[in-house]
Design a protein around this ligand. Structure first.
Ligand code: 9MR
Length: 629
């Protein structure tokens, strides 16, 4: 080491030794919202904010450091909410400059709201992206999906030449598949974002090809996927599980991924999910396009009827298919959700028995995900007190508060101010943060208590940089954003920066891809650091529509609530309008209890495993797995 290098190394070491480390939202803080940063080694020190002219505007004494287990370290949570003048500020800790610029603005979340919604445009299948809307990310059309084949698992026995048009829709994630169950929760989340914040989203311009029409851009974008979802309904009402190739494509642009695409499976998960989403869509699109709304309502009823009469049609991944399986969605939660959404638009009592079971199930409140929709039903029921019965509304609210209050409790003595615990860091952990935010915003809508909105802001801050990796998990936003997501387009387009507005899956303590990456990035790390910003890392750095949607929901709702000063007015909605839909079966007409896919049964004096296939046929195995006749 030369003398000069030695001197530089010492100087750097000295500055890291004394300059405090700040973890903060790198994008911006809303003027009227909670403002916090997490600072290491700062207890008792002055944290000063200076404006762009170098004038001190606020000084806060850093409180005692508190641990946050997932980060494996303690930090002082510094609250500077008093700083309520829009501007850009610099942080000084104990006299030394630290952290990143602090932006305070009335529209601090507008960029990330638009960006995270624009992601859906970038994910559009079956269309070219024009430069006018996509800028440098313009690309050729891929996956026309105008001649989709039927995999045998759909129950179609027609020749391989028989096809259907399954075009449009959004690519699910880093891959090019289109999966009904996952696109369903995504679409529901975005529809709720619109429904609950109409005044804000009616005019929000996303610069998409439909921006000039009379329909709010967010609804035009959602329509792209609804059109595809409708195409996935078979003539008998059942809904295909997914539309993908048999195996994942290579890391190529959409137009180069030309392997044959198939409708795969037809089951209750996709059908119930479809029923719920299309019923909600029917209500929301009524003022804009009555015919389309009618189509959605009829399709929803038909899908529900099919699911109701095929209770054993549980999706199983066929042996020759390797794309995302989205199996094991919890069917009964989908069923309750579907019935609730259908009741909301029809008022038909045929749906109420299922809805009333909420009372029994309220203790099972579990964060919403593609595989568990119980909370989606709770959101709908709790925010529609004029439509649902009081006892059901109470159950739904109780479920929301059980979860929300639990998140609030986790903030006690939490040095990062983030309502996430060690157990939350699995595949798609950032969607756990975003979905928790969605629960908290519902708790806020129901009570107008600030603590819920503030806890949601804490989760946004986490995703945008207040984490031990100092990482903004939204591509294209923040000082230190994700650069190498597992996303075929971003890998293949020859542009260094990834497509913007994508939420990375985030830290995953299980590092399920350690083999592929040849790097166990979780080893020896606290859960919130088990992350690898490398495109190999599909289990910590992929992007997905069902992760972006709750992120958009949370930032969009908070921006809209603080900008308009109003949260969703639950009394202002139209009542059920569809009373003339055909084929809503009376409950007594048919009822088959849902049987489990696999169960143990007794035959003679031995136990055997009974497996029920998609078509209801049963196979039997002994306990060693040997097939029995
Ligand atoms: O989000 C899904 C996650 O909950 C599962 O644990 C994981 C493994 O089955 O799959 C995730 O979904 C992926 C899907 O199967 C295919 N497209 C990409 C999705 C995000 O990684």
């Amino acid at each position: 080491m030369t003398f000069k290098n030695f001197f530089l190394a010492t100087a750097c070491a000295t500055s890291t030794l004394f300059a405090a480390t700040v973890f903060q939202n790198q994008v911006g803080f809303l003027t009227g919202g909670l403002k916090q940063i997490a600072v290491l080694d700062a207890a008792g020190k002055d944290v000063v904010f200076k404006d762009s002219a170098g004038t001190e505007v606020l000084s806060v004494k850093a409180p005692e450091a508190q641990p946050w287990e997932p980060a494996g370290k303690s930090a002082s949570l510094v609250d500077f909410s008093e700083l309520n003048t829009p501007g850009t500020y610099t942080i000084f800790v104990n006299g030394e400059e630290a952290g990143h610029p602090v932006v305070v603005s009335d529209n601090a979340y507008e960029g990330v709201t638009k960006g995270s919604l624009k992601f859906f445009y970038f994910q559009r299948a079956s269309t070219a992206l024009e430069e006018e809307y996509a800028g440098i990310y313009a690309r050729a059309a891929g996956h026309p999906d105008t001649a989709v084949r039927y995999h045998a698992s759909t129950g179609h026995t027609t020749s391989v030449d028989s096809t259907f048009n399954g075009s449009k829709g959004w690519y699910d994630a880093g891959d090019y598949g289109k999966y009904v169950v996952n696109s369903g929760i995504t679409t529901y989340t975005l529809l709720q974002l619109y429904q609950q914040n109409k005044a804000y989203f009616d005019t929000l311009n996303l610069n998409i090809p439909e921006s000039k029409n009379e329909i709010p851009d967010i609804l035009d974008e959602i329509r792209w996927n609804l059109d595809w979802m409708l195409s996935m309904q078979d003539a008998d009402g059942g809904v295909f599980h997914k539309l993908t190739t048999k195996q994942f494509a290579g890391m190529v642009m959409p137009e180069k991924a030309t392997a044959a695409r198939f409708a795969i499976g037809k089951g209750i998960e996709a059908s119930w999910n479809f029923a719920a989403v299309l019923a909600l869509a029917a209500d929301i699109y009524t003022p804009f396009d009555k015919d389309f709304a009618n189509t959605c309502a009829k399709a929803a009823v038909k899908a529900r009827w099919w699911a109701y009469t095929h209770p054993t049609a549980i999706y199983e991944q066929p042996k020759d298919v390797g794309t995302g399986s989205y199996t094991d969605a919890i069917g009964w939660t989908l069923k309750l959700w579907g019935n609730a959404e259908l009741f909301r638009i029809t008022g038909d009592k045929v749906f109420t028995d299922s809805i009333h079971t909420l009372k029994i199930n309220r203790k099972k409140a579990t964060l919403q995900s593609w595989s568990n929709s119980l909370m989606l039903e709770a959101f709908t029921i709790a925010t529609n007190p004029e439509i649902f019965e009081a006892a059901d509304v109470d159950s739904a609210k109780a479920m929301i508060f059980t979860l929300a209050d639990n998140y609030i409790a986790s903030l006690e003595n939490n040095g990062f101010g983030v309502a996430m615990t060690n157990n939350d860091f699995y595949w798609g952990s950032n969607s756990i943060a975003a979905n928790k935010g969605m629960v908290l915003i519902h708790a806020y809508i129901l009570t107008k208590e600030d603590k819920y909105l503030q806890a949601a802001i804490g989760l946004v801050d986490y995703m945008l940089g207040r984490n031990p990796l100092d990482k903004s998990y939204l591509t294209g936003y923040g000082v230190n954003p994700v650069m190498s997501p597992h996303h075929r387009i971003s890998q293949a387009d020859g542009i260094e920066a990834p497509v913007p507005g994508m939420l990375s899956g985030g830290p995953n303590a299980s590092a399920n891809d350690a083999g592929t990456c040849r790097q166990d990035y979780a080893k020896g790390k606290p859960p919130a650091e088990a992350y690898y910003d490398n495109s190999c890392s599909f289990a910590s750095n992929e992007v997905a529509i069902n992760w972006n949607a709750p992120f958009a929901y949370v930032v969009g709702s908070i921006q809209a609530i603080l900008a308009t000063g109003k949260a969703y007015d639950m009394s202002s909605k139209s009542k059920a309008t569809y009373t003339d839909l055909e084929s809503i079966p009376a409950k007594k007409t048919i009822f088959k209890p849902v049987s489990a896919r696999n169960r143990l049964v007794v035959k003679g004096n031995s136990l055997r495993l009974e497996m029920t296939g998609m078509d209801g046929t049963k196979k039997y195995y002994d306990l060693r797995g040997k097939k029995l006749r």
